[in-house]
Structure formats: structure tokens, C-alpha cells
Design a protein around this ligand. Structure first.
Ligand SMILES: Nc1ncnc2c1ncn2[C@@H]1O[C@H](COP(=O)(O)OP(=O)(O)OP(=O)(O)O)[C@@H](O)[C@H]1O
Ligand SMILES: Nc1ccn([C@H]2C[C@H](O)[C@@H](COP(=O)(O)O)O2)c(=O)n1
Length: 222
């Protein structure tokens, strides 16, 4: 029996993770935040003093990455690193290691292994294009850069962290540029992905749209 997969790709801070997690919960599906794997690798490399552009050593680390997703937390080598991987600097490192072909190849099967019944909702940059090209429903979720920066700013302030809006906007633009310009699995909307611009939408509206798209694909037997 084939496993239904919903992919939600898009630029940073667009709300992919938030929407994907709620959709997964609503459907009772598994959830994979693929960006967390690249973040874990960047953090792991930092701890081991491996540079973020050292392709082969990074690929070797990726192959044996001691990561686990349990109890709603993210673990590296037995340590809860759920907050550590969210640091803006680690996001930049993740974007750098993710541009290396050998690293992406090393993480490919690990991501595919998350597709088990009753289904999977996953978010990232290449989930619909490379990791799950046969997905039942593909969404390209985006929002204007200004809106994304404002959301990230609000999120950081909400966590009690200091945040500088112009700097956040610049980081977002830089990261999107790097993710879209790379040679392997670049960030882009695939022809068969539904464009969901959430600039003017609430989280609930975005969730309902994804669920509607999935319902339609199931009804049409895709
Ligand atoms: N439609 C929306 N309206 C308002 N805020 C939103 C909306 N969608 C998401 N948010 C908020 O924007 C912030 C960023 O969302 P989220 O972390 O899900 O983005 P992301 O695309 O997964 O980011 P990244 O790629 O950097 O991991 C969160 O605080 C989330 O609650
Ligand atoms: N499928 C993916 C997921 C993530 N990345 C890279 C690019 C991002 O800048 C970085 C962090 O991802 P985030 O947690 O912000 O979604 O990881 C990728 O290349 N492919």
C-alpha cells in the first residue's frame, strides 16, 4: 500500500513548519521537519570543529549523524538540542552545509525512511522535487520577505530573545538567495506544486488550504 505524503516547501520563516505540524496532527500523520537534519549537522560539525564547507568530512558526519526525534524534542548524541538548532547562526550553517551535494546525498534515504503509514507531512526546500517526487500533494508555501521577517521577529521576541528587524530581514534574504542559487536541489516552486502565498493569510487559513488540496488529490486518486 502506498504511503500518502504531503510536501510543503518554501523559503525560510514562511510558516512551513507551523503549518506542516498542524496538518500532520489533523490527519494523524507523521511529521518530518527536514531542515532540522541540516541544522543538526551544522551544530554537530560546529561541536567537532568541522568547517561548514568541508564537503567530504561533513558527508561522513551526515551518514552517522547521532540524531533522534523523540517526545517532540530533537536529540543529538543523547542531548536535547531542540533550542540550540534554532539559533539563527545554526540556520545559516545549515544553509551552507545543505549546498554540498555529498551532504544531500548522505541524508536522502534517512528522510525517505520517514514515509510510513498512515502518512507523512514534511517541510523543507526539496521535499517535493527530490526527496518525495511522487508525493500526493505538493505545496510551495511562501510569504513576502517583509512579512516573514516580521513573523520571525515576533517569534524571537516571544521567546524573550533580542531581535533586530532589519538584520533578520537581511539574514532571510541572504539565506533564500543561497538556498535558491545552489546547484543541487535549489529552493524553487515545482510545476506540480500548489502555490500558497500566506502573506495575507492566518495560520488556520493556510492549514485549511493544505487540507483541501490533499482532499482533492485523494478524491482524484493521485
Ligand atoms: N500565516 C501566518 N500568519 C502569521 N504568522 C505565521 C503564519 N504562519 C506562520 N507564522 C508564524 O511565523 C513564524 C515562523 O514560522 P515557522 O517557524 O513555521 O516557519 P518556517 O518556514 O518553518 O521557518 P524555517 O524555514 O526558518 O524553519 C512562527 O512564529 C509562526 O507562528
Ligand atoms: N529540505 C531542506 C531543508 C532545509 N534545507 C536547508 C536550507 C535552510 O536554509 C536550512 C535550514 O532549514 P529550515 O530549518 O530553516 O527550514 O537547511 C535544505 O537545503 N533542504
Amino acid at each position: 500500500m502506498s504511503v500518502p505524503v504531503i510536501t510543503i516547501d518554501g523559503p525560510s520563516a514562511s510558516g512551513k513548519g507551523t503549518v506542516a505540524a498542524i496538518v500532520a496532527q489533523r490527519l494523524g500523520f507523521h511529521y518530518l521537519d527536514s531542515g532540522s537534519l541540516y541544522r543538526l549537522l551544522a551544530l554537530h560539525a560546529r561541536k567537532l570543529d568541522v568547517a561548514w564547507d568541508a564537503e567530504l568530512p561533513l558527508a561522513a558526519l551526515a551518514t552517522t549523524l547521532p540524531a533522534a526525534f523523540e517526545q517532540g524534542r530533537v536529540w543529538l548524541d543523547g542531548n536535547d538540542v531542540s533550542e540550540d538548532i534554532r539559533a539563527e547562526e545554526i540556520g545559516i550553517g545549515a544553509s551552507k552545509v545543505a549546498a554540498l551535494p555529498a551532504v544531500r546525498a548522505a541524508l536522502l534515504q534517512r528522510q525517505r525512511d520517514f514515509a510510513v503509514l498512515p502518512g507523512l507531512v514534511t517541510d523543507g526546500r526539496d521535499m517535493g522535487s527530490v526527496v518525495f517526487p511522487q508525493a500526493a500533494t505538493k505545496i510551495f508555501l511562501t510569504a513576502s520577505a517583509d512579512e516573514r521577517a516580521a513573523r520571525r521577529h515576533k517569534q524571537l521576541i516571544g521567546k524573550g530573545e533580542s531581535a533586530n528587524l532589519p538584520r533578520i530581514l537581511q539574514d532571510i534574504i541572504d539565506r533564500d538567495t543561497r538556498d535558491a542559487a545552489r546547484a543541487v536541489a535549489p529552493l524553487r516552486q515545482e510545476p506540480d506544486a500548489f502555490l500558497l502565498d500566506t502573506t495575507e493569510l492566518t495560520i488556520d487559513q493556510a492549514v485549511e488550504t493544505v487540507l483541501r488540496c490533499f482532499g482533492q488529490s485523494q478524491a482524484s486518486g493521485i
